[in-house]
Design a protein around this ligand. Structure first.
Ligand SMILES: Cc1cc2nc3c(=O)[nH]c(=O)nc-3n(C[C@H](O)[C@H](O)[C@H](O)COP(=O)(O)OP(=O)(O)OC[C@H]3O[C@@H](n4cnc5c(N)ncnc54)[C@H](O)[C@@H]3O)c2cc1C
Length: 402
């Protein structure tokens, strides 16, 4: 198998048990990484991941694969630095080739206020030990010779920041690596098994209801991204989350050699090159909340118009595919991890448009919480209770375009 010939992970059929120590709803990156770290870090393998469709069918298998830690607040930079570290050693740890590649991330500014935002990001990153530095237009050009510094006469490049730790990894392979690692150690992965309700004993959540019957558990974790409010509602937990579609598109292959990931906060778009040479682009989420995974011409025309001003060679490429996922967006653009106030029910959500890069650190932290009953310091600020305490973790730097 190579990167051009994908063979989907062949999951063995497992007879579901009626009871597990832990049931995780959602077989995306976060659910599977939690199962993996429960097994590898805590020896807890009496775990089932219950997935409505096939594993990776949600946002984890639809994202633009960007991994970075250049966030805007200290707690986030620390958390995503941990994710970067875990990603860098994931191939060695799991023995699976996830096609991890450090490329560097060039974040462009086109106005004075854009430059100020990049300066603030850079100072925060440096204070927290993340590898980010300001660059001049000439330095930006040296990093990405394809750039038109005049921005087509419309979006001049005045400078920006460069995050040398920026990387990509093949999304499906991350899913398969965690799934395989959890399975080998005895966890169950039940595909095509939607959770339709939660079992309750008084206040406590004691398991899940599925089409094939009830499954009881000491702890139930929800990691269902765009469906988070539905599942939380089953536990009578109200989440401050809205579901918005996020679209992406990819062109035909171009000569390999487009090294860094290039992003612009002011143009709200970003681009990188895949291992096969395709140019992969993303933008901001659709403003209208929706559960639709339809692609729109509006997205296609707006991203193409902006990106071809910065990178004129892309005007000669053809768009091959366009798709969407549905994202769980919080009011402060930070995730929600941890306890919910309902005994036996924990959540990992609010990953919005930025949660692929978080998968290893999110999974590791949630596994620690489930196994020890104590919230790790790394995620203590990201609890659901922060909204009631009026302590939002406002960080628009979470979104791939901010
Ligand atoms: C187009 C796009 C581009 C993106 N680009 C990036 C990027 O470059 N970098 C980055 O860091 N992030 C990016 N993201 C965000 C990232 O993909 C997500 O935040 C992350 O994958 C969320 O992982 P998850 O495991 O929480 O959710 P998902 O991968 O969505 O998994 C949730 C799973 O829950 C299942 N489920 C739902 N309801 C039920 C139920 N009732 N019972 C059982 N199972 C259920 C779903 O079928 C799904 O498989 C992007 C997202 C999109 C859509």
């Amino acid at each position: 198998m190579n990167e051009f010939v994908e063979r989907i992970l062949d999951l063995p059929w497992q007879e579901p048990k009626r009871s597990y120590e832990v049931v995780i709803i959602g077989g995306g990156g976060h659910g599977l990484a939690t199962a993996y770290y429960l097994a590898t870090r805590h020896g807890l393998t009496d775990v089932a991941v219950v997935e409505a469709d096939y594993i990776g069918s949600g946002n984890t298998g639809r994202n633009t694969t960007i991994i970075r830690a250049n966030y805007g607040i200290a707690e986030s930079v620390r958390f995503y630095q941990r994710a970067l570290e875990l990603y860098a050693t994931l191939e060695e740890e799991t023995g699976c080739w996830i096609m991890h590649k450090t490329k560097g991330l060039l974040w462009l500014a086109h106005t004075e206020s854009g430059l100020r935002a990049e300066r603030a990001r850079t100072l925060m990153n440096q204070a927290m030990g993340a590898q980010t530095a300001m660059v001049t237009p000439e330095e930006a050009l040296a990093l990405c010779p394809h750039l038109d510094l005049t921005g087509g006469g419309r979006y001049p490049v005045l400078g920006g920041s460069y995050h040398s730790g920026g990387a990509t990894a093949r999304h499906d392979r991350v899913v398969w690596a965690y799934a395989q690692g959890a399975l080998r150690r005895g966890a169950h992965i039940l595909q095509h098994t939607p959770v339709t309700g939660l079992l309750r004993d008084g206040d406590r959540v004691t398991g899940v209801q599925t089409a094939t019957g009830p499954i009881s558990a000491r702890i139930v974790m929800s990691a269902v991204a765009g469906w988070s409010t539905h599942v939380a509602d089953m536990a009578e937990v109200r989440l401050p989350i809205r579901t918005h579609p996020l679209q992406a598109l990819v062109t035909n292959p171009y000569a390999l050699g487009f090294e860094p990931i290039v992003a612009s906060s002011e143009l709200l778009c970003y681009v990188s090159q895949t291992a096969r040479g395709h140019m992969l682009m993303g933008a901001e989420f659709d403003s209208q909340p929706s559960y639709s995974r339809a692609s729109s011409f509006e997205f296609l025309s707006s991203v193409s118009a902006k990106i071809t001003k910065l990178l004129p060679f892309m005007a000669d490429l053809r768009v091959l595919r366009q798709w969407a996922g549905i994202c769980d967006i919080t009011p402060d653009y930070s995730p929600i991890m941890g306890e919910t106030g309902v005994p036996g029910f924990v959540i990992s959500t609010g990953w919005g448009t930025w949660g692929f890069k978080a998968i290893p650190a999110g999974g590791e932290a949630m596994a620690e919480l489930i196994a020890t009953g104590t919230t790790p310091a790394m995620i203590a600020s990201f609890g659901l209770d922060r909204f009631a305490r009026d302590h939002a973790m406002a960080d628009q730097g979470s979104a791939g375009t901010r």
